[in-house]
Design a protein around this ligand. Structure first.
Ligand code: SF4
Length: 525
């Protein structure tokens, strides 16, 4: 998932070798492709999820695109889900249908089939071998004679009572075994039926069943079906970094890995088991739909109590399981793998970045929470101050604030900055100050910020200024107190890029507000 600076997903893709794929985007020859070049310029972050196989990756990609509607996924934005095969088992004579909507209506679902041809083939096999009806319920109810399907031996014509409900139920059961890939049981049933038919001297029927057994064996060798009948479950995995704990919840619905949720918390004081149970309760406490099974990486003491709470909440039994082998154990492993991978790549590198920033900027504490203040105006008119906040590397939007400049008249950036900082920091008691204050501008703005903080008696508030690179300069500059020259960073140093990202976000936030004010004024005029 390629994201812009504001965290908005721009593009969702999948690849067997993600490293190669992403590198390809950055290669020179890619630059000739305007779309990629544009996307790369906007991409500030790349997030990824490991799946077990291609099919999962495909389905997950589809789900993510549908959910997020990224701007650059032009070909997959349509609202088509993958088709599945549905047997509406509530009807007295259920038929076989293709559907793109899976609803919990008691019907049997098989698939999903990623290709339309695979689905067509399956429908063809089911009708040919098991002779289930394919007509709509309306057509079924209004037939007085069987249709062509009956005459070519692909339906037993329940519409006009040519087959009893019991016999049709047997056909249905065989189709279910076939679609579910339960080869052994199906072959056994068909063989018994063949013997019975031959014993009753029904040689034609016995020959049909013999051919059917051969075809079923051949087909099931090739066909791989994902069950839709399995219970829905979530698999939880977690991993720890030196400072944080990351949870991944993988959601498996009707046998398909549909989505994932990730949660990052500061490293807890509790034991892992305690925190896991705390997480389960918090996470499922706010959900309306709780799966039948929650798979966990380790046992928790209060499992029974938790299950009870969740049962009351969901209205159905919820099992909290720690699978040791099989598919379920694999999916828990996958959740852990995703969490570990996130810790290794994102968190560890972010911790290094924070450490480096602390050292380079000479800060007394790690800058986990950074606020940035920017001023936007047009020749002093409709001036606004914007304040954005980044917490642990991410925008913390509930801490964003806008300030309409009240006291300053005319285009005086310093006075405006002073006013905004005074208004923000005089509320330091109810509004905790950040670990680092970043002001947009050069040495002048830094001096103003220091004065505002000093006037409020906040001598320990860490503050630095970020100034845009002038013509001929390689990178933006960071000014720190008590130092004439800016701190030197490589132009592509992650520490500098991080501060620039925060400044750009403050700028974006301020400009949007400024434009709103101007538009309002113009409309009024
Ligand atoms: S024969 Fe009757 S039940 Fe079978 S497909 Fe035709 S209309 Fe439907």
């Amino acid at each position: 998932m390629m994201k812009d600076a504001a965290g908005q997903i721009l593009y969702v893709g999948k690849a067997k070798n993600l490293r190669n794929r992403v590198q390809a985007y950055f290669r020179k020859e890619s630059k000739t492709r305007f779309q990629i070049d544009f996307l790369m310029r906007k991409t500030a972050d790349i997030e990824y999820l490991i799946t077990d196989n291609e099919k999962e990756a495909l389905l997950l990609e589809n789900t993510l695109i549908k959910k997020n509607k990224p701007r650059y996924n032009v070909f997959l934005k349509d609202d088509k889900s993958y088709a599945s095969l549905k047997i509406n088992s509530q009807h007295a004579f259920p038929g076989v249908f293709v559907t793109r909507h899976i609803v919990k209506d008691g019907s049997l679902y098989f698939g999903p089939y990623a290709s339309a041809s695979a689905l067509r083939q399956t429908v063809d096999l089911v009708t040919k071998h098991f002779r289930l009806r394919t007509c709509s319920d309306h057509e079924f109810a209004n037939r007085s004679r069987p249709c062509l399907e009956y005459h070519i031996g692909r339906c037993t014509a329940p519409c006009v009572g040519k087959v009893s409900q019991d016999n049709y139920a047997k056909q249905l059961e065989e189709a279910r075994l076939f679609l579910g890939g339960q080869k052994k049981e199906l072959i056994q049933r068909l063989k018994t039926k063949m013997k019975e038919a031959s014993g009753n001297l029904q040689y034609e029927e016995a020959a049909r069943l013999r051919d059917l057994i051969g075809q079923v064996e051949e087909t099931l060798e090739k066909q791989k079906v994902v069950h839709h009948q399995g219970k829905d479950y979530d698999a939880i995995g977690f991993a720890l970094s030196p400072t944080q704990i990351v949870f991944y919840v993988l959601m498996v619905r009707e046998g398909v890995l549909l989505d994932r949720q990730r949660f990052v918390f500061p490293k807890p004081f509790q034991t892992h088991a305690e925190f896991l149970s705390h997480f389960v309760l918090q996470y499922y406490g706010r959900l309306l739909e709780i799966p039948f099974e929650i798979l966990m990486p380790q046992k928790i003491e209060e499992a029974e109590t938790l299950a009870e709470i969740l049962r009351e909440r969901s209205g159905h039994a919820v099992d909290l399981l720690v699978p040791k082998k099989g598919e379920r154990a694999k999916i828990v492993k996958l959740a852990i793998q995703n969490a570990t991978n996130f810790c290794k790549t994102k968190i560890d590198s972010f911790e290094t970045l924070l450490k480096n920033l602390q050292t380079i900027l000479n800060l007394s504490q790690s800058p986990r929470i950074i606020e940035c203040v920017d001023i936007s105006n047009l020749q002093g008119s409709d001036a606004v101050g914007s304040l954005v906040c980044f917490e642990e590397g991410k925008p913390s939007k509930n801490r964003y604030r806008k300030f309409k400049i009240r006291l300053t008249e005319g285009p005086n950036d310093y006075a405006m900055m002073y006013e905004v900082l005074l208004r923000r920091f005089r509320r330091s008691e109810e509004w905790p100050p950040p670990d680092l204050l970043l002001v947009d501008g050069g040495k002048g703005q830094l001096q103003i910020a220091l004065k505002a903080l000093a006037d409020l008696g906040l001598h320990n508030q860490a503050v630095v200024a970020i100034a845009k690179a002038k013509k001929g300069e390689k990178s933006d500059k960071i000014y720190i107190p008590n130092r004439m020259n800016p701190v030197s960073f490589r132009s592509n140093a992650p520490e500098l890029l991080y501060l620039m990202r925060i400044r750009d976000e403050a700028h974006r936030f301020g400009i949007t507000y400024h434009r709103q004010l101007r538009a309002k004024k113009l409309t009024l005029s």
